[in-house]
Design a protein. Structure first.
Length: 118
């Protein structure tokens, strides 16, 4: 039984990144609220802003929404899913709802003042 050498695969063609277009209404649905905590405000030293977002929001959608609503240039988006805790209340088992946060890194010279509102 002889082994035949496998053909080398051709490198995949790099497709240009398609910028997701988000409507104005969807952009306001994606950005629920800013997170105002001690840890989130420490991110402002590194030009980061933290927002609560829906569980189904993707990184490209979040980037497009922040750029559309606040008129800033977004460098990167990191997301974090927080699964709700299971707690007991008066002997009954309950569960807090799941949530998702997005840490948005802004380009140099860009800033968002979350205290003023949209």
């Amino acid at each position: 039984m002889s082994k035949t050498p496998k053909k080398a695969k051709a490198p995949a063609a790099k497709t240009p990144a398609v910028r997701m277009i988000v409507s104005k209404a969807r952009a306001y649905d994606i950005i629920k609220s800013p997170v105002i905590t001690e840890k989130a405000t420490l991110g402002s030293q590194h030009n980061q802003v933290t927002f609560r977002v829906p569980l189904d929001a993707t990184k490209p959608e979040i980037k497009a929404a922040v750029e559309l609503v606040f008129n800033v240039k977004v460098k990167a988006v990191n997301t974090l899913r927080h699964e709700g805790k299971t707690k007991r209340f008066r002997g009954f088992l309950g569960k807090r709802s799941d949530s998702k946060k997005a840490m948005v890194s802004l380009a140099e010279g860009q800033s968002i003042d979350v205290t003023t509102g949209v």
